[in-house]
Ligand binder design. Structure first.
Ligand code: SIN
Length: 550
């Protein structure tokens, strides 16, 4: 496993000015936190692509909040706990669902035009929800609407400095506290140091570790790998949620078909036309995602097919047109009609339920280091996230983080930045000339990544067992040894090293958890084992330990 810094700190191009707060990532969690903190201090936002490129953009279905009676926070709480299969942190879930309506008010104030029907906010159902409680915008373009507004609004704050195409590579710590970020400017491959006292990792998920994923190309687990290298605890990382309904376009791209379509009444059918979820769960097609995927895998294996059918042909066309304009357009491009054709779909890696362990204020176990959004394990999702709880989680815990950071910024007795700057200068000086500036060996990273993703899907995908997980660990260790040195020089190799690091953590935790629960399914341990395993796996600097759920 790679320890220490991934990048050679000699040849640093620039040590930037000290700042109170650096946010890594520009999705809903990162930008909402940046906006709040920037009212009190200068904030830097680092993002490895352009500002809008985030998983938030691709969230079609919506954002969950109990905003209309008879729904209330308690039912949202119970649904979330049930989906999480015994591993949610009840206090985190309570914070999430109680704060959700207030976060929606903030979004409305920001100008997000949630869809309205008959003069009232339009709510839909998704898997595991007792009541319709998923707000949406632009029909099936909720994430896009939110991200666009957040990017535009955050751009109006002179206190926020944006560094796009800057890949945050490593966290510098001083006496166990965050002291800065080492970043790669992707445009010219130069190394930059950003001294700071608070860092918020909001860099999204890990879908790109799998060859079939709903996530954009940026989701390579950088934040988790970086936090792990810095000494933070990684929690529940074996729980990878697969989304049940992904469509492959004629040119081979994957396209998510939102669960909200089933919320509006669509069915899942096997190749004989049978609704196979009926009788498997009281909510049938709207069972929590892990249960739907488990049944899909059984059906696909029994029928020797790699898809099942999504059927919306009985839903009025008028409703489909209003609610799913983007899906209709995408299917049309591929010669299909949502109102008359059965659509072939299959599961794809979608969401990481675990991540960097935080407390209820988004604090990790490194002073000044916070995490929120998909990269964090706040305790709100347990072994399986309830649908549409992700955008709202990013907002709620981002809000908590901003409050904690603002409190520190306002504190007149806050520690001076001099010590941090001295530490950074010392680091730069000590590295200067002390290491070789050799690049990594000339390898075809794209080919290696391709092989790795196939390996992950085959061995650490929806179904795993001891043999497959050991295969994965061996593959990863060999690859790390053979191709990667601790001194890496470009975006592709850094991302690949991060993917290998996270892949190794997932395989390790999945091997340790000898049971099946939520999104972790072991062929060789098919039952849930509450006696031995109603607990979290926490990995830290390669020494694992378990923590009992309260
Ligand atoms: C979807 O729209 O089906 C995805 C939303 C989510 O993952 O919460």
């Amino acid at each position: 496993m790679i320890q220490g810094y991934l990048i050679n700190t000699c040849g640093i191009k620039k040590i930037h000015d000290f700042s109170d707060c650096i946010i890594v990532g520009s999705g809903i969690a990162g930008l909402s936190t940046a906006i709040r903190v920037s009212k009190y201090s200068k904030v830097k936002v680092l993002t490895k692509s352009n500002l809008s490129e985030s998983t938030t953009w691709y969230a079609q279905g919506g954002i969950a909040a109990a905003v209309k009676k008879p729904d209330w926070w308690k039912t949202h709480y119970e649904d979330t706990i049930e989906a999480g299969q015994g591993l949610c942190d009840s206090a985190a879930v309570e914070k999430l669902v109680k704060s959700a309506p207030r976060m929606i008010e903030d979004l409305v104030e920001l100008g997000i035009a949630f869809d309205i029907t008959g003069g009232e906010i339009s709510l839909t159902t998704e898997g595991g929800h007792t009541y319709p409680r998923v707000l949406h915008a632009g029909g099936d373009a909720t994430g896009e609407e939110i991200e666009k507004k957040l990017v535009k609004y955050s751009g109006t704050f002179s206190n926020i400095d944006f560094f796009s195409e800057h890949l945050a590579v490593d966290i510098i710590t001083d006496s166990g506290k965050a002291a800065g970020i080492i970043a790669l400017d992707i445009k010219d491959n130069t190394t930059h140091i950003h001294p700071c006292s608070n860092i918020v990792i909001a860099s999204g998920g890990i879908g790109q570790l799998y060859d079939v994923s709903t996530n954009p190309s940026i989701s390579t687990g950088d934040g988790i790998a970086m936090a792990y290298r810095a000494g933070a605890s990684i929690k529940d990382i074996e729980f990878i949620q697969f989304h049940p309904t992904v469509f492959k376009t004629n040119d081979g791209h994957l396209f998510l078909i939102t669960e909200a379509l089933r919320g509006e009444g669509a069915y899942l059918r096997d190749s004989n036309g049978r609704r196979f979820m009926v009788g498997k769960h009281p909510k049938a097609e709207l069972a929590p995602r892990d249960i739907v995927v488990k049944e899909m895998v059984k059906v696909m294996s029994a029928q020797n097919l790699n898809f099942i059918f999504l059927d919306a042909t009985h839903i009025p066309e008028k409703l489909l047109k209003v609610r799913f304009p983007n899906i209709i357009a995408k299917l049309k491009e591929n010669g299909l009609n949502l109102g008359t054709d059965l659509i072939k779909v299959f599961p794809a890696a979608h969401y990481l339920n675990g991540g960097i362990k935080t407390d209820l204020k988004g604090r990790t176990d490194i002073g000044g280091l916070y995490a929120c959004g998909e990269t964090a394990a706040t305790g709100a999702h347990g072994a399986n996230r309830l649908a549409s709880n992700s955008l709202i989680e990013g907002l709620v815990f981002g809000w908590e983080i901003s409050r904690d950071i603002i409190k520190k910024i306002k504190n007149k007795n806050k520690p001076s930045s001099d010590r941090i700057i001295a530490k950074i200068k010392e680091l730069a000086k000590s590295s200067s000339g002390s290491q070789n500036l050799t690049n990594p060996p000339p390898v075809n990273t794209a080919e290696l990544v391709h092989g790795f993703r196939k390996m992950m899907s085959a061995n650490v995908g929806i179904l795993r067992d001891e043999k497959s997980l050991n295969n994965a660990r061996q593959y990863i260790d060999c690859t790390l040894k053979k191709y990667l040195r601790p001194v890496l020089a470009n975006k592709e190799t850094i991302e690949f090293a991060n993917m290998l690091t996270v892949g190794r953590l997932i395989s390790k935790a999945a091997l340790l958890r000898t049971e099946s629960r939520g999104t972790h399914l072991r062929n060789d341990w098919p039952e849930k084992d509450d006696v031995n395993w109603k607990k979290h796996i926490i990995l830290k600097n390669d020494n694992s330990h378990f923590e009992l759920v309260e």
